[in-house]
Write a protein that binds this ligand. Sequence first.
Ligand SMILES: [Zn+2]
Length: 73
Amino acid sequence: MDANKRRVDQLLSDKWKINREIEQIQAECKHSKQVIKQVADTTSSSFRHVCESCGHPLGYLSPEQAKEFLEKS
Ligand SMILES: [Zn+2]
């Protein structure tokens, strides 16, 4: 097998394990502390509430909340 393919297979397998572990942590987390984070996706970036501990997205900010956040920062 070629070396790149072996490396990619290994990385994909690691990635799967890492994602599973993150999902597990997020599933068990109580999300007790929320922080606001700017999250970029393919078309734009938006502000979201995420759990400070595990990074799980908890919801979007309303336009008013986003404005308030921007004014404070
Ligand atoms: Zn959490």
